[in-house]
Design a protein. Structure first.
Ligand SMILES: Nc1ncnc2c1ncn2[C@@H]1O[C@H](COP(=O)(O)OP(=O)(O)OP(=O)(O)O)[C@@H](O)[C@H]1O
Ligand SMILES: [Mg+2]
Length: 762
C-alpha cells in the first residue's frame, strides 16, 4: 500500500486546481455484453484518482479495481469488539474503513410519502400528513442530525474474503453496485449523502491552500499526524459526535507476522540495551521506559502466538461546512478532541487534495504517513456509533437520540421477521400517543389500521381521519368472525382452532377435554358442510341439532340473551367498506366481556386480512386483558405467529409489563405466553418504565444498567426501540398538526370538520 501510494504521487497531478466535475449520467457506457462500464469525466479522474466506475466497483487511476461494501451493525459492546478484532486479524490484505456522516437526504422518502398519500383523506389528516413531511425536511436541516454510513473498501480480488470475514464478525454486509455505488462515489467527491444525489449535477471544484471549495461548499481534510498514546474503546466516537458532517477514513495495511515479530524483537533489544546502559551508569530506568518495554515484550509474545497483528495505519478526516468560519470552528473542535488525548491533527496546508483522496473510497493513503498499530487498538477505534435503522423507505418512527438520525423504517417491506410491534411502558408514558402517531403516519401512506380500543380513546382519531367506529355490543354493530371463505385446508384448521379459543373465552371458562373435543368436532363438521353459511347464529343452530356436551346452552347469551349484539350474521362488511382507520370501541362493554369482544374483533380482522392480504396494522391496546385468560393468551400468540402470512402487523400495548413477563408458576401459561408474544414481535418499544417493573424488563431484554436507569427517568415520549438485534434510544416527535389530531376531541374544532363516522351497515 505504501509503495503504491508513493508511485501514484509521483504521477504529476495535472490541472488539479480547477475542475469541472462529475457527470456520471452523461458519461458514456462502454464495455462488452451486458456489463456496461461507466466512465466519469476526465477532470474527475485527474482530481480524484479515479479511472472509471464499473458496475461492481470503482477502478483507480493505477488500474486497481476496488470493491465497496456497506456495513451495518457496529454497536459498541465488548463482545462485538472481540469479534471485530478477530475479523481484522484474518485480513491479509490492505483495506480502508470509511465512515461518512452527513445531513440526511430524505427527498426520496418525502416524495414517496406524497405519492402514497390516499386521495380520500379528510383535510385535517391531509394537513397532518403534510406537516409530517415538513418535519422530515426540518430534520434534514436540523443541526446535529446526521445520517451515518460505514463502508469497507479493498481491492476487488479480496472482496469476497473481506465480506466473509466481516459477516462472521456479526456485521451485515451489503456490496455496493450500479447506481448506489456511483452515488457514493459522487457523494464522496462532492460531500453529502449518497441517497438522492442528482447524477446530472455539474460541479466546480477548486483546491485552495487549506480547503477544497466545491460549488461554494467547503471541505477541509486533516490527517492524524500524532496518535494518542493510548486508544480507549470507541475513541473516535466523540469525534463523530461533534455533530459535524465529515468523512473519516482509516487505511490499514497488514504487516506480515514474521516482519512484525522481527520489528518488535528489534525494538525490545533496543530498549533492553538502553536499560542496561542506564543501569551500568548507576541510574534507574524511567517508569515510562519500563512500561514501554513491558508493552513491547507482551505485544511481541501476542504477535508470535497469532493473537495480535500489526498494521500500518493512517487516519484522515474531511470536514464539510458552508462557510469559512464554521469550517474553522469545526477544525478547532476536532483538533481539541485529539489534543485532549495528546494526539495531533495536521491541517495539511497545500496538501488538501492528498487529504481528500485519503477519505475517498479509493483505498489510498494520499498523505503517505503511517503509524504502526496492533489489532486491538484498531478494533478499539471502532465501533464508532450504534447503527441506524435503514432509512430508505417507510415512515418516520422517531429520532435516534444516540446516532442523531431519523428512525425511518417500513415494517411491511419484507426485510423484517414480521411487522409486529410490542409497546411496553408505565401508565401515562405516551404508549397510546406513540401508537396513534404510528396509525396516523401509516394512514397517510395508505396503511389500513384497525384498533381494538378498550378505553374508547382512539374513536376521536378515527373520526378526524374519516374512519369508522364500531361499538360491538351496541345493536346493529356486531362482528362476524365466523366468515371463513378460504379453500386452504391448513388455514381452515388454524381458523377452527382460533374460533374454538374464542368460544372458550366467550363462555368464560376453560372447557373440559370432552367439551373442547366436541366443540372442535362441531366446528370442523360445520365448515366441512359449507363455508357460505357462516355466521354465529347459523353455527348455533347447527350446534343445537346435536349437542351432547350442552355447548349450545353455554353460548345462548350470545344468541338471544344480553350479549346478542356482540356477534352479527352479516357478511364481511369490514372489507367491503374498508376504511383507512377502523376502531372497535369496547368501553361501553362490561370489563369482563371485553376480552371476548377483543378476540371477536381480532378474529374478524384476521378473516378480512386472509381474504385480501395487504399491509394492515392491527392495534390491540391493553393486551393484558386478553392475555389473562389462558385461551386468550394462546389466541394472541398464535395470531402474532401467523400475522406475517397475511401482511398483518400486530401492535400490542400493555402497561402491565410485569404480568406479561411474569414467570410466576401459578400463571405458567400466561407467563410463558407473554414471552412468546414478545418473541414474535420484530419491534419492541420500551417507553418510561416503572421502578417496580424495571428489573423484570431489564432482565427480559438484557438491558445494561445505564439503559435501565435511563428508562426510569427519561421524559415522556422518549424510549428504547429494540429491532434487528439492536437498541435505539429514540424520541417520538409529533408536529403540532399531528398532536392536534391525536388529541382531538369532538367539539374542540381545529382546522376542519371531520367526517361523521360511518357506522356498521347491518
Ligand atoms: N411523544 C409525545 N409528545 C408529546 N406529548 C406526548 C408524547 N407522548 C405522550 N404525550 C402526552 O402524554 C399524554 C399521555 O400519554 P398517553 O395517553 O399516550 O399515555 P399512555 O402511556 O397511553 O397511558 P395509559 O397507560 O394511561 O393509557 C398524552 O395525552 C400527551 O399529551
Ligand atoms: Mg393509553
Amino acid at each position: 500500500m505504501k509503495t503504491l501510494s508513493h508511485r501514484i504521487w509521483r504521477t504529476p497531478p495535472t490541472a488539479d486546481d480547477s475542475i469541472e466535475a462529475l457527470d456520471p449520467e452523461k458519461s458514456e457506457s462502454e464495455g462488452s455484453g451486458d456489463q456496461p462500464v461507466v466512465k466519469l469525466s476526465p477532470e474527475l479522474t485527474l482530481c480524484f484518482m479515479l479511472s472509471h466506475v464499473e458496475p461492481d466497483g470503482p477502478v483507480r487511476l493505477d488500474g486497481v479495481k476496488l470493491s465497496v461494501t456497506e456495513l451495518m451493525g457496529l454497536e459498541l459492546d465488548e463482545a462485538k469488539l472481540g469479534a471485530f478484532a478477530g475479523a481484522l486479524n484474518a485480513c491479509d490484505f490492505s483495506l480502508q474503513l470509511l465512515v461518512r456522516q452527513h445531513p440526511p437526504d430524505l427527498r426520496r422518502l418525502r416524495r414517496n410519502l406524497k405519492i402514497a398519500e390516499p386521495t380520500q383523506l379528510p383535510a385535517q389528516t391531509r394537513a397532518a400528513a403534510k406537516s409530517s413531511r415538513r418535519l422530515l425536511r426540518e430534520l434534514e436541516a436540523r443541526p446535529g442530525i446526521l445520517d451515518r454510513r460505514f463502508y469497507a473498501i479493498c481491492e476487488s480480488e479480496h472482496a469476497s474474503e473481506l465480506r466473509g470475514v466481516l459477516a462472521r464478525a456479526g456485521l451485515a454486509v451489503h456490496p455496493l453496485k450500479d447506481d448506489s455505488l456511483r452515488r457514493l462515489v459522487v457523494a464522496a467527491a462532492l460531500g453529502g449523502t449518497p441517497t438522492d444525489l442528482d447524477p446530472d449535477v455539474e460541479a466546480t471544484a477548486q483546491v485552495n491552500r487549506t480547503e477544497l471549495d466545491v460549488d461554494g461548499r467547503l471541505q477541509r481534510s486533516l490527517h492524524l499526524s500524532k496518535w494518542p498514546r493510548s486508544l480507549a474503546p470507541g475513541f473516535l466516537q466523540q469525534l463523530m459526535s461533534i455533530g459535524a458532517p465529515l468523512d473519516l477514513s482509516l487505511q490499514l495495511g497488514p504487516i506480515p507476522p514474521a516482519q512484525a515479530a522481527r520489528q518488535l524483537e528489534w525494538q525490545k533489544v533496543r530498549f533492553e540495551s538502553a536499560r542496561s546502559m542506564t543501569l551500568r551508569r548507576g541510574k534507574s530506568l524511567s517508569p515510562e521506559a519500563e512500561i514501554a518495554l513491558e508493552d513491547i515484550s507482551r505485544l511481541r509474545d501476542d504477535v508470535q502466538r497469532g493473537r495480535e497483528r500489526l498494521f500500518n495505519a493512517s487516519l484522515s478526516v474531511t470536514l464539510h461546512a458552508e462557510s469559512a468560519e464554521s469550517l474553522d470552528e469545526l477544525t478547532q473542535r476536532a483538533s481539541a478532541h485529539f489534543a485532549a488525548t495528546l494526539g495531533k491533527l495536521d491541517p495539511l496546508p497545500f496538501r488538501q487534495r492528498e487529504g481528500k483522496l485519503s477519505t475517498m473510497p479509493l483505498a489510498l493513503n494520499g498523505v503517505g504517513a503511517w503509524r504502526t498499530l496492533d489489532t486491538s487498538s484498531v478494533a478499539r477505534c471502532f465501533p464508532f456509533s450504534p447503527p441506524d435503522l435503514d432509512t430508505r423507505s417507510g415512515a418516520l418512527y422517531g429520532i435516534d437520540l444516540r446516532a442523531c438520525a431519523p428512525v425511518v423504517y417500513d415494517p411491511w417491506d419484507g426485510t423484517h421477521l414480521n411487522a409486529n410491534t410490542a409497546v411496553l411502558a408505565r401508565s401515562g408514558s405516551g404508549k397510546s400517543f406513540a401508537t396513534k402517531l404510528g396509525v396516523l403516519r401509516g394512514v397517510s401512506r395508505g396503511v389500513v389500521a384497525y384498533v381494538i380500543d378498550p378505553e374508547g380513546e382512539y374513536a376521536d382519531l378515527a373520526l378526524a381521519a374519516g374512519g369508522r367506529v364500531f361499538s360491538p355490543g351496541v345493536p346493529g354493530q356486531g362482528m362476524n368472525p365466523f366468515v371463513v371463505g378460504t379453500a386452504d385446508p391448513e388455514e381452515l384448521l388454524q381458523r377452527i382452532g382460533s374460533l374454538r379459543r374464542l368460544v372458550e373465552v366467550m363462555v368464560g371458562e376453560r372447557l373440559s377435554a370432552e367439551r373442547r373435543a366436541a366443540l372442535d368436532h362441531a366446528l370442523a363438521s360445520y365448515y366441512a358442510q359449507s363455508r357460505e353459511r357462516s355466521g354465529f347464529r347459523d353455527f348455533y343452530r347447527f350446534l343445537e341439532r346435536d349437542d351432547p356436551e350442552g355447548l349450545a346452552k353455554l353460548l345462548r347469551p350470545f344468541k338471544s340473551g344480553s350479549l346478542k349484539h356482540l356477534l352479527s350474521d352479516d357478511g364481511d362488511d369490514l372489507l367491503k367498506h374498508e376504511a383507512l382507520v377502523t376502531v372497535f370501541d369496547l368501553h361501553l362493554l362490561e370489563p369482563e366481556l371485553r376480552p371476548a369482544a377483543a378476540m371477536v374483533c381480532t378474529e374478524t380482522v384476521w378473516s378480512a386480512a386472509a381474504q385480501d392480504p395487504k399491509p394492515r396494522l392491527l392495534v390491540v391496546d391493553e393486551v393484558w386483558s386478553i392475555m389473562q385468560h389462558p385461551e386468550g393468551a394462546a389466541f394472541m400468540v398464535s395470531m402474532a405467529k401467523r400475522a406475517r402470512k397475511h401482511r398483518l402487523g400486530l401492535q400490542f400495548i400493555t402497561q402491565d409489563v410485569q404480568d406479561l413477563l411474569s414467570e410466576d408458576t401459578s400463571r405458567t401459561i400466561t407467563g410463558h405466553s407473554g414471552r412468546a408474544l414478545l418473541q414474535n414481535a420484530a419491534f419492541k418499544l420500551l417507553l418510561q418504565q416503572d421502578a417496580a417493573a424495571i428489573s423484570t424488563v431489564g432482565d427480559a431484554f438484557d438491558l445494561p444498567t445505564d439503559l435501565r436507569r435511563w428508562l426510569l427517568s427519561c421524559p415522556r415520549g422518549d424510549g428504547l426501540l429494540l429491532a434487528q438485534g439492536q437498541r435505539f434510544p429514540i424520541r417520538i416527535e409529533a408536529t403540532p398538526e399531528e398532536t392536534d389530531l391525536i388529541e382531538w376531541r369532538p367539539g374542540q374544532q381545529t382546522t376542519s370538520t371531520p367526517n361523521t363516522p360511518q357506522k356498521a351497515s347491518s
